[in-house]
Design a protein around this ligand. Structure first.
Ligand code: GLU
Length: 488
């Protein structure tokens, strides 16, 4: 299906990819994929001091990891259709997609505004502006730029900034999520739109790019809502049409303050490193401010695309509940392909983490019990190395140590009688359980399990032995017996 729906994610590469940006990207992507429109990535790197290539890389790799491929963007690679024009490092008709490469375009429109008298050079310095603001505050009026350079005929050489004349009126727009919104622009003051003909500022560059890139819907965070009337006024002055706006609710911490590092990690990379699966994170983030009419919580990518509907987005803030994320991730880990889990475990812990057959066995035994893959090592460490433990760990409730030792000795003899290729969970269980039942399950199974794991919590003894194999299992029972014997 082809249509004119075009949306974009426009991150500034001034820091690691934030969960909030990932959510905005996901909503745009879902919107486009649901309706058969295009999803565009634009890098807003006009803030030269704060923009860094490493952050652009982080953003791009994070979006890819989440599975949000874009149709047009700054990097031409195998997945994107390469531009036909030689040496162009972007894919798509409306590039470049990096603002720092679009300076000619901005200059053209800045000149147009200056020539029409909709913008002017302003020579006011920071100090003068501050003084003006202080005086206004003292007189009890809301601070705003007085517009004194409007009539001053400042030359380009003397200018600090280029300002756009804000018409004083009520600007109204209809937000897809928040409904009709009206701003009184008489409170704004003339807007700085560039520091020079080739140094555009955010509100200006974004208007030019959204127009030039034929963006039909601007879906972005609520923190941009106050920018919208300014952008609409610029669009009018330039004779552009206005896209449809949708402002997503803020993401909040559990105490309903704006999401901060105090409660949970804010960068996508941290979630990746902690062993969250991208599909679980996508599912979780999609529900930050949006839900299905039947409130289903586990939704595949296809289900999200099929059901996505911005009119179901909420206006109020969306609380980032990390317990819910952990629960969701645990559900995904339970059913994920083993090969993928193996890959992620290697990515987190390094190639050397266990030999492959053992790691596979461990995945099978622990995938039901972990909520993030970075727990995998901690809960499985005892397989690789028996931790030192206190002999008291081996004692089941009030059982006498002698009796525990007796049980461990009998268990050891039974295990010794096993052929190597019969030493598996089912056989071990079949042989040992009837005997354990005659002694009392707790007093047999607890010390065995404790001896095999050295921990107070672990999988059951048969499962551990299956993974450890006969020799290592016997070695661990011997260690336990030595501990009890030397303690007695
Ligand atoms: N570069 C802006 C940001 O990262 C984009 C805002 C917008 O979507 O208009 O917040």
């Amino acid at each position: 299906m082809t249509n004119n729906i075009r949306v974009r994610i426009a991150p500034s590469p001034t820091g690691a990819l934030h969960i909030g940006t990932a959510r905005t990207a996901l909503f745009n992507w879902l919107f486009a994929r649901h309706i058969g429109g295009k999803f565009i990535l634009r890098i807003e790197d006009t803030d030269l001091e704060r923009s860094e290539v490493k952050w652009e890389k982080d953003i791009i790799s994070g979006l890819r990891w989440l599975g949000l491929e874009w149709d047009e963007g700054p990097i031409a690679d195998a997945q994107n259709q390469k531009s036909k024009i030689k040496n162009q490092n972007y894919a798509g008709k409306y590039g470049p997609y990096r603002q720092s490469e679009r300076l000619d375009i901005y200059e053209k429109y800045l000149k147009q505004l200056l020539e029409k008298g909709d913008a002017y050079y302003c020579s006011c310095t920071k100090e003068e502006l501050e003084k003006e603001r202080n005086e206004q505050s003292e007189r009890g009026i809301a601070p705003k730029y007085s517009g004194k350079c409007r009539s001053r005929k400042v030359s380009e050489a003397d200018a600090q900034v280029i300002r756009f004349i804000i018409p004083e009126e009520k600007v109204q727009f209809s937000d897809l999520i928040r409904g009709d919104i009206v701003f009184d622009t008489s409170l704004f003051g003339d807007l700085a739109i560039a520091k020079g003909l080739r140094v555009p500022l955010y509100n200006f560059a974004v208007v030019i790019d959204d127009f030039e890139m034929k963006i039909s819907h601007v879906i972005r965070g609520e923190d941009h809502i106050a920018n919208t009337p300014k952008q609409i006024l610029l669009q009018r002055a330039l004779g552009f049409s206005t896209p449809v706006y949708a402002h997503l609710p803020l993401i909040l911490d559990p105490d309903r303050s704006k999401m901060s590092k105090r409660y949970s990690a804010t960068s996508l990379e941290e979630y990746r490193k902690a062993g969250y699966l991208p599909e679980a994170l996508m599912n979780f983030i999609a529900l930050l401010g949006w839900h299905l009419s039947d409130d289903r919580e586990i939704l595949s990518e296809e289900e999200l695309i099929q059901n996505f509907d911005l009119s179901r987005a909420q206006k109020s803030g969306a609380v980032f509940n990390v317990e819910k994320l952990n629960w969701l991730n645990a559900q995904y880990i339970k059913t994920a392909d083993e090969g993928r889990l193996l890959e992620i475990i290697k990515e987190i812990f390094g190639e050397e983490f266990g030999n492959l057959p053992l790691t596979r066995k461990l995945i099978a035994s622990s995938r039901e019990r972990i909520s993030k893959l970075d727990e995998f090592k901690d809960i499985n460490n005892f397989f690789f190395e028996l931790p030192d433990y206190d002999p008291s760990l081996l004692i089941w409730k009030n059982t006498e140590p002698e009796r525990i030792m007796e049980n461990l000795r009998v268990a050891r003899e039974i295990l010794k009688g096993f052929l190597l290729d019969e030493f598996d969970k089912a056989n071990l269980e079949a042989k040992l359980m009837p005997w354990a039942d005659t002694r009392g399950r707790g007093e047999v199974l607890w010390p065995m399990r404790a001896a095999l794991s050295g921990k107070d919590k672990s999988p059951g003894p048969f499962e551990i032995m299956d993974i450890l194999g006969k020799d290592e299992s016997l070695r661990r029972l011997d260690i336990a017996l030595q501990k009890l014997e030397s303690n007695n």
